[in-house]
Design a protein around this ligand. Structure first.
Ligand code: IFM
Length: 444
């Protein structure tokens, strides 16, 4: 297929929002500048756990190059930009005294965006918990609800005059499943895992209340990463493992937040941490549902692991991205339909993208036709979902820039823009031009 061909977007709303997403730790760098405190991710990196011993110390140097990055967004023509605030940059110890220099950085960023006509979408938490709070128990401590509410109040008071779109958390199921409980870091007990899920849900509800009280006209949601968990074989054990993981990955956070109940299979495990009134504290009215989606996950049974699962073989014949994530646009359409039916909120797709390893060719150009093919197919699937009645109002590509891809460090590239980490030069890839053409076609 030609790299210039655009998807059918005829069923999307006329004022559909096109955007790009990033997160603080993955792009900012300047981890030790202007009074920023350490985050849990600085500590993981120092432990040498990341591929090639990469760290977030420089990342894309967005802290110093944010003007250039907003310029890239302006060239793209996006209507919106989702970014996150690094909690330890504005509250180096997680609570207590605010760091004026850190707040000023986000002032400059927000003002630059507004001057460029790009709406800032501010996410409060994309995994970089202040290390000082981790040392007080982090999300395992129910007091985290108060820490998060106080941090939210600071952000709301400072930016609420100019920012109206707020997300409480990005992918709570990911940082609870993989950073703390099932991954190699801080492997906790199953009991701690359930305690953490409940505390994060309480923190979400508390933050919604703070934002409603402090920001006139706030439009609030939470961002969930829904990837259907499917068995990797026809065995009953794998079917059970997939169904169990599906509950934790996909429903443990949106169900209590949007429906006021935990999935039935996990209620007894949450019960010890439940206090009277908690479900009402968690389930606060929301304006939208933030959906991140990449691909289905194939699961096999592994009885000796927490939650009893492991990742299994992907079905033969399914196309894969270079980092071996299945390319299944139909699963995206089905996920949009499921979210619409189950939660009934307007949906913004706040992440979708393609991880790869591309490099500039001999002419210096970065040709990423695989990414274009995938985005075209997924945006086409979103259009089909809209045609079937799903209320989807925006789509944000992950990501504006290549960036720090967690355990994979800088080896995996998700950007529409290539970053040469030696010089920090930005090179728009062919997908960048394709996305700009799509946005222009959608909003002539
Ligand atoms: O880079 C991540 C992002 O931080 C959260 N969602 C998935 C992306 C790609 O793995």
């Amino acid at each position: 297929m030609s790299t210039t061909q655009l998807p059918n977007i005829a069923s999307l709303r006329p004022n559909f929002i096109w955007g790009v997403s990033t997160s603080s730790f993955q792009i900012e760098g300047a981890t030790q500048e202007d009074g920023r405190g350490p985050s849990v991710w600085d500590v993981y990196c120092q432990r040498g756990e990341i591929k090639n011993h990469d760290t977030g110390d420089v990342a894309c140097d967005h802290y110093h190059r944010y003007r250039e990055d907003v310029g890239l967004m302006k060239t793209l023509g996006v209507q919106a930009y989702r970014f996150s605030i690094a909690w330890p940059r504005v509250l180096p110890l997680g609570c207590g005294s605010a760091n004026e220099a850190g707040l000023s950085f986000y002032d400059r960023l927000v003002d630059e965006l507004l001057a460029a006509g790009i709406e800032p979408w501010l996410c409060l938490y994309h995994w970089d918990l202040p290390q000082a709070l981790e040392e007080r128990g982090g999300w395992f401590n129910r007091e985290s609800t108060v820490w998060f509410a106080d941090y939210t109040a600071l952000v709301a008071a400072r930016f609420g005059d100019r920012v109206k779109r707020f997300a409480t958390f990005n992918e709570p199921s990911m940082f609870s499943l993989f950073n703390h409980s099932l991954g190699k870091r801080d492997r906790g007990s199953e009991a701690q895992f359930h305690r953490m899920i409940h505390n994060v849900n309480l923190a979400h509800g508390a933050a919604v209340d703070v934002l409603r009280a402090k920001v006139a006209g706030a439009s609030i949601g939470c961002i969930h990463n829904l990837q259907p968990c499917r068995p990797s074989s026809s065995s009953e054990a794998d079917a059970l493992a997939a169904a169990n993981l599906n509950v934790y990955w996909n429903y443990a956070f949106p169900d209590p937040q949007c429906r006021g109940e935990y999935p039935s299979s996990m209620r007894s495990a949450i019960e010890p941490y439940m206090q009277p009134g908690d479900l009402a504290r968690i389930c606060r009215p929301l304006d939208w549902f933030g959906l991140n989606h990449y691909s289905p996950v194939y699961v096999k049974s592994r009885p000796d692991s927490m939650l009893g699962y492991d990742f299994g073989e992907k079905p033969a014949g399914v196309p894969l991205t270079p980092i071996e994530w299945p390319i299944e646009p139909e699963a995206f359409r089905e996920t949009l339909q499921l979210v619409h039916a189950r939660y009934g909120l307007p949906i913004y797709v706040l992440e979708n993208g393609y991880g790869s390893f591309e490099q500039p060719d001999q002419t210096g150009a970065v040709i990423d036709s695989g990414r274009i093919d995938m985005l075209r197919a997924y945006i086409g699937a979103m259009n089909s979902a809209a045609a079937s009645g799903v209320d989807v109002r925006g789509y944000f590509v992950w990501s504006l820039l290549d960036n720090f891809e967690w355990d994979s460090g800088y080896s995996v590239r998700f950007g529409l823009t290539y970053v040469d980490y030696a010089s920090l030069r930005r090179i728009p890839k062919s997908s960048f031009r394709w996305y700009a053409d799509l946005i222009r076609a959608s909003h002539p």
